[in-house]
Design a protein around this ligand. Structure first.
Ligand code: ADP
Ligand code: MG
Ligand code: MG
Length: 902
């Protein structure tokens, strides 16, 4: 009988067999341990059990066939290499069992060190360590503690309480004051804690310890915290984790041993130098756990010059090899350096730019790669004022960093009060349980918004982000009492007028005034800082990378601006035109009365009179805007909102009229207004008489605007300013609507332009799904399309933004129905498909059709990448987002080898 030879699936890799590109299979930690091993760095030997083994284990509930044997074989090889056996009573090999997924994840099982120690091998360990009993018993108590806590779910506080007791009995707070006898006694106590909670003795069989620890790492993949984290970060649930089994090296063997962490550059500022912490006579976690005071890594030079020099050499090699900032864990055992971990290190937004710039200077990466390594979210963060580092304030609460920035101001609890105090020149922070559309004015008046409820998609968060205003949402430690105008937090009461500081990046809330600094990056964009002359490394790096983005991108970036001031600012920020100039505000303010007359007009005469009075006012507005944008295109949207939005609210008017009637005053005018408001009331204003529909129903309205725009352009041209107006008709769903408007507009334009050198384009918004689906027809009458993705999203999904964001988006996000609000990032599959269809069919019907987007998505990083991929000509966004869009448009255009950006 011939034995059937089967090729067994390989579940275990020796460190020498892996490399840094095998993160999917070996996890980040395992892949990088392998890489360091192959670079010849001193890594303690070991092996990695793959994520595939974990996946198989989680799918079936048991170890896949062959895994146990493969572990045994690799363990045997490790034992042979080390000349010791796992848990040998005389000379034990000890190992650590370390989890390591592709992405590091809080909530995953931590490491268990010193696996292989038991009542017998602890004696052998002491003998091998020149009789160092203290070291052996310290290692054993650590094993029971870590194993108990992470493998068997024994409450960690009980161990901590026991060691604190032992220290107290010695009159000390330092674990180094516990001697061998104390630690031996502590091991007894720990064992009792262990058996009390698990109903069994601490396992003495080294292989059983190892297997239980490996199984616990696998299981921890599905621990609740890990699951929640993955959902938030959109990490696929089926990746699984790898497990690393590593021969122990000991930093707790005495003063010539120790353990530390190091960064190859400062992860906060990006500055070059030596950054890290070292702790003598300590093991693993002690450095970060803060049980004793660490010393700056530089001190290691004094303690052990040879090891220090060697470490610096490895750090330099790792940086050159990974071409990026690395963070490192190491241990020194009796003077000898061991490398225990490295990875491309996390960094702040500022450090990301600075480091990318430095690496280009050093010739390690090119500008494309530098551009790839930063992102728009980081740039946006850098554009807000921020609190100074080391400000020394303690946060009283932490909510969600919903909209970045640093805001300081007096607490107010109502919108009305916010408006009032802001009017007196005060900085205010609006504090609400949650906000709603009635709070809009208060939000505009405030420096920042702080709520105790709601997440990243709450009304407060979404509106604040739209306004570029700092917001911390969901700070649930705040107990807010609006009627009493106060809140309590951390045992303190804060009343109206008290000063608080909120950090919209970290979500932290402070009492009092935390000192803030303005953003140097904004100063640079404003032209106040010369990037060639400044010694500010961040500004230099931002300038360099932005210049490369501008040179690389295919998308043009325009801005949404309604006033000359906004337009001028956006232009300084790099805008290349206006993609959306709303004309609504041109009907407000001191023009309200004219607009009321227009709406209430009883006949054509009255109507034409009011329109004629509005004409010069609007023309003057356009002149200013064209001047600010001299030579760049300006897309002007004809009046869009329903006219009743320009009248007082029904309830208020009804009360006013009733009161006035009671007093016997003459209310003929108010009554007429009230009647008009009643008549114009709509159940669904969003889907009512607005946009192009207004233009078709109210004779002369659009004509007046078209005339004002064209006359302004002609006037500018006469004065030597080049005006490039693009007239945009909103809410078109059928080509006939656009044609009707167009025929009238063309007549006016031809008449006004006469012989002068002015060109006026006519195009439409694509924001009604039917428009997207009939784009081929619509393009016959349009010289450009501008996708209004806010309305397109509302109508495409069939929900009204103001209603849904507070009502159920949180649930949809929780359930994973969306990963992110479709108002924040374009829904590429659905709404994005409408954009794609319209772009393709529009261009097919009219080659050279200009395509842009003017919804808020124009400034959202992911959406910018999508619009690039669809082949639009430009994106348009609020002035503050223009640099973000420029950067992301550049990033979308570069194709690099690409590293994981997480
Ligand atoms: P984490 O993922 O939380 O960083 P690690 O697996 O890196 O967990 O281990 C925690 C600590 O234990 C680290 O300080 C690490 O350097 C140390 N450590 C891990 N394995 C060993 C080992 N074989 N010898 C000595 N120290 C180790
Ligand atoms: Mg680590
Ligand atoms: Mg719209």
């Amino acid at each position: 009988m011939a034995a059937q030879e089967t090729v067994e699936h390989k579940y275990v890799y020796d460190f020498a067999e892996g490399n840094k590109d095998l993160k999917d299979l070996l996890g980040g930690k395992g892949a990088n341990l392998a890489e360091m091993t192959n670079l010849g760095l001193p890594v303690p030997p070991g092996f990695t059990i793959t994520t595939e083994a974990c996946q198989a284990y989680l799918a079936s509930g048991e170890q896949p066939a062959g895994l146990a044997d493969q572990i045994a074989a690799h363990l045997a090889a490790l034992e042979q290499g080390m000349g010791r056996r796992l848990g040998d009573p005389d000379d034990p090999l000890l190992v650590s069992v370390r989890s390591g997924a592709k992405f590091s994840m809080p909530g995953m099982m931590e490491t268990v060190l010193n696996v292989g120690l038991n009542d017998r091998s602890v004696v052998g360990l002491a003998a091998q360590a020149n009789g160092n009993q203290r070291f052996a018993w310290d290692s054993y108590r650590r094993l029971i503690q870590m194993f108990g806590k992470t493998v068997c779910e024994v409450p960690g506080e009980e161990f901590e309480h026991a060691i604190d007791e032992a220290k107290r009995a010695k009159g000390s707070t330092d674990d180094l004051d516990l001697d061998a006898d104390d630690l031996r006694a502590l091991v007894d106590t720990y064992k009792k804690i262990f058996s009390k909670h698990t109903g069994r003795e601490f396992p003495q069989d080294p292989r059983e310890q190892l297997d239980l620890a490996i199984g616990a790492v696998f299981d921890s993949w599905n621990a609740e915290r890990a699951v929640i984290y993955r959902r938030q970060e959109r990490i696929p649930a089926d990746l699984g984790t790898a497990v690393n089994v590593v021969a122990m090296v000991f930093g707790n063997l005495g003063p010539d041993s120790g353990t530390g962490v190091a960064f190859t550059r400062d992860p906060a500022s990006g500055a070059q130098g030596i950054y890290g912490d070292y702790l003598a006579n300590a093991q693993g976690e002690d450095v970060v756990a803060g049980i004793r005071n660490t010393v700056p890594l530089q001190e290691l030079e004094r303690i052990n010059k040879a090891a220090y020099d060697e470490l610096l050499d490895y750090m330099a090699r790792l940086e050159r090899h990974y071409k990026d900032l690395c963070d490192i864990e190491f241990t020194i055992e009796r003077g000898k350096l061991w490398m225990l971990q490295t990875r491309v290190g996390k960094r702040t937004a500022a450090a990301a730019f600075v480091i990318a710039g430095q690496l280009v200077d050093e010739g390690l990466i090119d500008l494309d790669e530098a551009l790839h390594r930063v992102n728009g979210a980081q740039l946006a963060q850098l554009m807000f004022p921020r609190f100074q580092l080391d400000h020394g304030f303690e946060a009283v609460a932490t909510g969600i960093g919903a909209s970045p920035g640093a805001a300081v101001g007096k607490v107010v609890f109502t919108s009305a009060r916010a408006v009032e105090l802001a009017g007196q020149g005060e900085d205010v922070i609006l504090v609400r349980r949650e906000t709603n559309p009635d709070d809009l004015n208060g939000m505009i008046a405030s420096r920042g918004i702080l709520t105790s409820r709601g997440g990243k998609t709450s009304h407060a968060a979404v509106v604040a982000r739209g306004m570029g205003k700092t917001c911390v949402s969901g700070a649930d430690a705040l107990d807010i009492d609006v009627p009493k105008r106060r809140f309590t937090v951390a045992g303190q009461t804060v009343t109206e007028g008290d000063v608080v500081s909120i950090d919209g990046t970290t979500g932290k809330v402070y009492l009092g005034e935390v000192p803030a600094t303005p953003s140097e990056v904004v100063q640079y964009f404003e032209g106040e800082l010369d990037p060639e002359a400044t010694d500010d490394a961040l500004v230099r790096a931002v300038h360099r990378i932005m210049s490369h983005a501008d040179a690389t991108r295919r998308l043009t970036v325009r801005t949404n601006a309604d006033t000359a001031a906004d337009a001028a600012r956006a232009r300084r920020f790099g805008a290349q035109g206006i993609g959306l100039c709303r004309t609504e505000h041109m009907f407000l303010g001191d023009r309200r009365e004219l607009v009321e007359r227009l709406i209430l007009a009883r006949d054509a005469n009255e109507r034409d009179e009011s329109l004629a009075a509005l004409l010069p006012l609007q023309r003057a507005d356009f002149v200013e805007i064209f001047r600010a944008m001299d030579g760049q295109p300006v897309t002007v949207r004809l009046i869009d909102p329903p006219l009743h939005e320009f009248l007082p609210p029904l309830e208020q008017l009804a009360v006013d009229v009733a009161v006035a009637q009671e007093r016997g005053e003459d209310v003929a005018k108010e009554e007429a207004l009230l009647a008009a408001v009643r008549r114009m009331h709509e159940e669904n204003p969003m889907l009512g008489l607005r946009g192009v529909r207004l233009g078709l129903v109210i004779p002369g309205l659009f004509a007046m605007q078209v005339r004002a725009i064209t006359e302004a352009a002609v006037e500018c041209t006469r004065q030597g300013v080049r005006a490039c107006p693009e007239i945009m008709v909103p809410l078109v769903g059928a080509v006939q609507e656009l044609e009707t408007v167009r025929t009238e507009a063309e007549k006016i334009i031809a008449e006004v332009v006469g012989g002068s050198d002015v060109e006026v384009l006519i195009g439409t918004m694509i924001e009604v799904p039917r428009a997207a689906l009939t784009a081929g027809q619509i393009a016959e009458a349009a010289e450009f399309f501008s996708f209004g993705t806010n309305d397109l999203t509302q109508m495409g999904w069939g929900f009204s933004r103001d209603d849904v964001e507070g009502a159920f988006f949180w649930r949809y996000l929780e359930l994973g129905i969306f990963g992110i609000s479709p108002f924040e990032s374009i829904d590429a599959d659905g709404i994005g498909r409408l954009v794609r269809i319209a772009a393709e069919e529009g261009r097919a019907a009219r080659p050279g059709l200009k395509l842009g987007v003017c919804g808020e998505h124009g400034g959202d990083p992911d959406s910018v990448h999508f619009f690039h991929s669809v082949g639009l000509d430009y994106v348009s966004c609020s002035p503050f987002r223009v640099p973000v869009a420029r950067l992301e448009a550049g990033r979308a255009a570069v194709v690099t080898a690409g590293s994981d950006s997480r």
